[in-house]
Design a protein around this ligand. Structure first.
Ligand code: NAD
Length: 477
């Protein structure tokens, strides 16, 4: 793909200049119209989103669809520029995937997904409709800053909500620029501003103000363990899309070339930043060496034991004291290219290499740590039962995502039951579980801990029932 780097740099500079003052502009016309969703003050952002919610509540479903179409169009048409800005700011992942993710985010379910339920019987008719919560506080991760905002905005506005985003500080500029562009188009067309608001200088304090704000009706967080815990401690409902550490099991019945291609497709995507991405593989002994050869045939580069040891030393650190002591991925290596990791392992490889891999046992920290790097450890197991059990332990009970390559339905069923994950993919890459190469729809917020699953517009609704007694049923007696 041809990218005009100079143009992108100019746009980034303009945005940074604008954001330097954007949050402090005084409200226009007595309200917050004209701010295009940019706020430094969390209280003002909540008030603006509340005002926007009142306006959205007076809109038709056709208006909502028009609003969502603007978001879809901008994310799709401007994906190269926006994806490049996200890459330049966050400095993690791979540029083609930053661009590609905006297309995925733009195609999540929208207004067309809304539906009502009807109970019709001798006593008349009851209709159950899906109403908005109101204003949602959404926390978004650095791994997919604008894609998560795009996806959440389409889902949440489709069901009639407005949103205040508190993005990750390292992805705040692209978050603000995306929100500004979405609002500009919506305001220009429908005269409603601030359906999406964003804190331009987000902090833990601004998140806490929003969590506790009386104008915020619902919390939706997408991120790791700390934010998941913080959201679940709030005295209002939280939808929590938390961390994962997806294991892969490969048994003796698998198509090994297909398994290798799938592991690379999912595990190397955006340098393994996806929460659903293949993070560690447990393969049975009888096919282990053949699987390793299939990985090399598919383009991944194998590290030997001493190279893995060097990489582990560089890329994994130990933090905390006493019983809080644990391993974490080193920030300098998260989302970096395979060639950068290989260099730390003492090996020079082609810069376009998508993934490096090698044999470890389950005690290597790359197995339990959600590493978010395109190095995937492969653990040799005696049989499928041992592989499933080790996979279960490595997933830490997050119940997020698991993958198996097998043609034995019994083994698939055993693993599905044992891991109990929100997403379980068989014979494909992890992304197939989000409709990319598999059936179904996608989302950037997979709510495991609180149980909503792959979020849709319906996730962000309250049920309301409207009952007509003894009338309106047009059937029978
Ligand atoms: P992170 O947990 O460091 O940050 C996520 C967001 O939470 C950021 O906006 C951050 O500022 C905020 N945050 C962190 N601690 C907080 C607290 N105590 N109170 C309020 N806000 C807080 O994660 P990251 O590095 O940005 O993203 C990667 C993590 O997110 C991985 O663990 C990944 O699995 C997870 N993730 C999950 C999903 C999902 O759908 N389940 C999707 C994407 C990423």
């Amino acid at each position: 793909m041809q990218i005009d780097e100079k143009l992108i740099r100019n746009v980034v500079e303009q945005v940074l200049t604008r954001l330097g003052t954007g949050g402090d502009v005084a409200p226009v016309g007595g309200g917050y119209q004209g701010r295009l969703g940019l706020f430094t003050d969390a209280n003002q952002a909540a008030a603006a989103a509340r005002e926007a919610f009142e306006r959205l509540s007076r809109c038709t479903l056709a208006d909502r669809k028009r609003i969502v179409d603007h978001i879809r169009r901008i994310a799709t048409d401007q994906r190269v520029e926006l994806g490049t800005m996200e890459m330049e700011e966050t400095k993690i992942g791979r540029l083609p995937h930053k661009i590609d993710k905006l297309i995925g985010a733009a195609s999540v379910p929208g207004v067309e997904f809304m539906r009502s339920e009807v109970f019709s019987g001798d006593h008349g008719l009851s209709v159950i409709e899906r109403a908005p919560f109101g204003v949602i506080c959404a926390i978004t991760p650095v791994t997919h800053s604008l894609p998560t905002i795009t996806c959440n905005a389409i889902n949440m506005i489709s069901s009639g909500n407005t949103i205040v985003f508190n993005p990750h500080p390292s992805g705040r500029r692209i978050a603000a620029e995306g929100v500004r562009r979405f609002n500009e188009a919506i305001y220009g067309d429908l005269g409603i501003d601030n359906l999406l608001c964003v804190i331009t200088e987000p902090t833990l304090e601004s998140a806490d103000i929003l969590f506790k704000h009386r104008d915020i009706n619902l919390i939706c967080v997408t991120g790791g363990a700390a934010v998941a815990r913080a959201a679940m401690q709030q005295p209002k409902r939280a939808i929590v899309a938390g961390p994962g550490n997806p294991p892969v099991v490969v048994d003796e019945t698998a198509d090994l070339d297909r398994a290798a291609r799938s592991i690379i497709l999912g595990g190397a995507y955006d340098n393994n930043l996806l929460c659903i991405a293949e993070k560690q593989v447990f393969a049975v002994d009888s096919i282990f060496d053949k699987l390793m050869a299939a990985m090399e045939r598919a383009g991944a580069v194998r590290l030997n034991a001493s190279e893995i040891q060097a990489l582990t030393k560089a890329a994994i650190s130990t933090v905390g004291e006493g019983d809080k002591k644990h391993d974490v991925a080193h920030k300098d290596f998260i989302g970096k290219d395979a060639a950068v990791l290989a260099r730390a392992a003492g090996k020079n490889i082609a810069p376009e290499t998508e993934m490096i891999f090698g044999e470890t046992d389950e005690s290597n920290p790359f197995v339990p740590v959600e590493q978010m790097m395109p190095f995937v450890p492969f653990v040799r197991c005696r049989n499928v039962d041992e592989a499933i059990e080790k996979a279960r332990i490595s997933e830490h009970g997050f119940r997020h995502t698991a993958i198996i390559h097998s043609t034995n339905v019994h083994n698939m069923t055993k693993m599905g039951k044992a891991l109990d994950t929100t997403i379980f993919v068989k014979n494909g890459a992890c992304v197939a579980g989000l409709g990319n190469g598999g059936e179904g729809y996608g989302s950037y917020s997979i709510a495991g801990p609180t149980g909503e699953g792959i979020t849709t517009p319906l996730t962000f609704t309250r049920e309301r029932r409207c009952t007509m007694v003894d009338d309106l049923r047009i059937l029978g007696k």
